[in-house]
Design a protein around this ligand. Sequence first.
Ligand code: ADP
Ligand code: MG
Length: 405
Amino acid sequence: MSLRTLGSSADLDGQVVLLRVDANVPVDQGVITDDGRIRAFLPTLEWLVSKGAAVVVASHLGRPSGPEDTHLSLAPVARRLAELWGKAVPLINGVTGPEVWTAVDALLPGQVCMVENVRFDPRETSQDASERLELAMEWADHVDATVVDGFGVVHRKQASVYELPRLTTSYAGLLVEKEVEVLTRLTTEPERPYTVVLGGSKVSDKLGVIEALLPSVDIIVVGGGMVFTLLKAQGHPVGSSLLEENMLDTVRGFMAKAHDHGVTVVLPTDIVMAQSFSPDAGHEVLPIAALESGVHGAHAIGLDIGPESARHFAQVVRDSATVFWNGPMGVFEFDAFAHGTQVLAQALTEVTGLSVVGGGDSAAAVRALGFAESDFGHISTGGGASLEFLEGSVLPGLEILGWQR
Ligand code: ADP
Ligand code: MG
């Protein structure tokens, strides 16, 4: 691994560092409901400050159309960061411009400030490389180095992740370093049995990674909303459950390929079928063979794997030496349908080898269900980025930091 890491060569004493993080946390009416992504980059911020750097923290939040989207201001993030860190983190009102430069140029070693949501400036995500470069050049005039610690965005060609690190000295932050290290272990000679558990909402989001994993995994376990497309492809009625009709043939092809590779595909044997998609919907557990009765009766929508499936999935996970899990087993946001996800998460904590949780909602689920980060080998902060990494794609934001597969 040739990733330029902080430990290797960075001498940042007295330098102004732009720290690009992924603080894209869920915010509900100004309140952060899960601060995992802020905690995740805090060690890098502390490291930089301890080395005498002045740090400008930059992040995106959601997909604003511009600064007028004030509900996507980083104000709650700056407040939470200051609380967690125990020192002041002033938020400068702007992404670039005189107010920002005055504040940045005045920073002393060890001081930290935050700029506004980088996506308030449309050049950050522009398809036009020259526009992104223009924004990056404005930053490069005021900072000496860039540290990228937003693993969730390294798969994107965006000004703060791709153009800026080319214009200044640049390093991977501690979180990006850890992500790359752990995900590399999943792609190079993982200990066996190697099991991948997939769930969540869409097969189409995940098929690329599933295909890419076929040659290296031993077992693929599937639950969540995506399982209904697989069940339907096998001829089971799935009622009003989540279904991607146009993926049925692709899924059949995938099952055949899995068979050719000697990969065991484990599907649920029972499903929690509900009356409607709502937290208090009436529901019953039906064996797969009896889904027909639910579909034609009152319970036509599958919202979780059943208890028998959960027990079986958990056993498979516990018996594995390496486990990667992406995608909740059911609609964990509703207590009544969180059981499958709960049991699976518990099993992951009992894996003696390497257990990795990837995906925004999956990471949020394990925290919401009360598990500690330290219960798992690693919780990846990047949903799309971790999947693309496992697929074998070249991630622009890592390539720019010297990384080669
Ligand atoms: P991640 O962000 O971890 O990659 P996804 O975004 O793919 O995960 O999927 C998460 C979503 O999948 C959750 O909001 C969850 O409610 C939903 N989900 C899981 N099981 C079902 C189901 N049976 N029906 C509908 N949605 C589901
Ligand atoms: Mg998601």
